[in-house]
Design a protein around this ligand. Structure first.
Ligand code: CAA
Length: 384
């Protein structure tokens, strides 16, 4: 067993760290406050090859492994989780789904520009549309329908909480094609945002990851060519579950980064701030919090790496990705609350960053499967 990162991994980690500090840190507080999508930062991520990190070079990707993705996600999430969620959705849910299950034509037409993050020098990213007003954790209860009309489908329904909803050019839409067949009557379609009947509705005003672009999307009689269905008829739910297993590695790494960012800020602050005649890090009340943060973060990192390793080795990673996500997201929430406490009054104001990290941490326990859903996946796996 070897826990060392390779030279290439260290280079990617450093590139992501530099990108986060030089491109994401400036303006991060303002973007959060104004709910301003980090377009410039995402365009630069595209230039770095970080929007299609694991896509093979044949389809415009960087051809890197999942370990590299975890490293990059952690570094960027330390500074700006709104940037990293956009990156995670494009990489794990959109590009992966297309590369693993798309046809050659679908890959040429959609995957290549999505992996590059650009088309004709314009931003070109994707979104994953599974959640609905009444289908969140209970993802098989899809109400969006796609009616088979021979050479095309007609799509109707409402999707919500859609990351990249307003900025994406391409949507992967999960919809019911045959209610009687239950989960086997669900399909997934590639839908272009510009098509008639696609409506980008309300933008959410969120607690955290406020600069990311989250919308409700409506479909009113949208004509979808049959060649835009991914996989065999009825493959949609399995597609969603398989793709989400990889997505959970991305969100686990995001949570890991949020926790590490809060920990690093707390470590620095506790060595500078004096109280009762000494730096607060000299008080056990603070030192023990830092010890617990460091320990939990290291455990979360190992779980993320295990899941990434399983995926790279082509082993089943459903269990390890859910374990990584539930543990890393709970670590992020706990660590960021403690980070605010260590900073005292300064932790409660925006300039010190930890209050934003605390708000951002919460969503990692909710999206791409709540902590409760992860426990369903884990318990089913260990009990079967
Ligand atoms: N891999 C492959 N197939 C799977 C699977 C997996 N991991 N999990 C389930 N399936 C299959 C089952 O085998 C079953 O098929 P068979 O009948 O052939 O056996 C079918 O799918 C239905 O499975 P279940 O009966 O287990 O389904 P369930 O209703 O009990 O759901 C669940 C299980 C784990 C709770 C699932 O619904 C789930 O993961 N829910 C959470 C959804 C989620 O993560 N949403 C996130 C939205 S996307 C997002 O947040 C992105 C963003 O913008 C940031």
């Amino acid at each position: 067993m070897n826990f060392e990162l390779s030279e290439e991994h260290l280079m990617i980690q450093q590139a992501a760290r530099d990108f986060a500090r030089t491109e994401c840190l400036p303006g991060v507080i303002e973007r959060d406050e104004k709910m301003q999508f980090p377009r410039e930062q995402i365009m630069k991520l595209a230039d770095l090859g970080f929007l299609g990190m694991m896509v093979s070079q044949e389809y415009g990707g960087a051809g890197l492994d999942t370990i590299s993705y975890v490293l990059a996600m952690e570094e960027i999430s330390k500074i700006d989780a709104s940037v990293s969620v956009c990156m995670s959705v494009n990489n794990s849910l959109v590009c992966y789904g297309l590369e693993a299950y798309g046809t050659e034509e679908q890959k040429q037409k959609y995957l290549t520009p999505l992996a590059q993050g650009k088309k004709n020098d314009e931003l070109y990213i994707g979104a994953f549309l599974l959640s609905e007003p009444e289908a969140g954790s209970d993802a098989t209860s899809q109400r969006t329908t796609a009616e088979d009309k021979g050479d095309h489908y007609v799509l109707n329904g409402t999707k919500n909480w859609i990351t990249n909803g307003g900025t994406a050019s391409v949507y992967l839409v999960i919809a019911q094609t045959d209610v009687a067949k239950g989960p086997k009557g669900i399909n997934v379609f590639i839908v272009e945002k510009s098509w008639p009947g696609v409506v980008v509705a309300a933008k959410e005003n969120k607690l955290g990851i406020r600069a990311s672009d989250t919308h409700t999307i409506l479909f009113n009689d949208v004509k979808v060519p049959k060649e835009n269905r991914i996989g065999e008829d009825g493959f949609g739910f399995k597609f969603a579950m398989k793709t989400l297993a990889g997505g959970r590695i991305g969100i686990a790494s995001q949570a890991l980064g949020i926790a590490s960012g809060a920990y690093e800020l707390s470590l620095k602050y506790s060595k500078e701030r004096k109280a009762f005649g000494t730096e607060i890090s000299n008080h056990q009340a603070i030192a023990f919090k830092l010890a617990d943060m460091a320990t939990r973060i290291e455990a979360a990192r190992l779980l993320c790496m295990q899941a990434a390793f399983d995926k790279d080795q082509k082993k089943d990673y459903t269990l390890s990705s859910s374990m990584a996500k539930v543990y890393a997201s709970e670590t992020a929430m706990w660590t960021t609350v403690e980070a605010v406490q260590i900073h005292g009054g300064y932790g409660f104001v925006k300039e010190y960053h930890v209050e934003r990290l605390m708000r951002d941490a919460k969503i990692t326990q909710i999206y791409e499967g709540t902590s409760e859903v992860q426990r369903i996946v884990i318990s089913r796996s260990i009990l079967k």
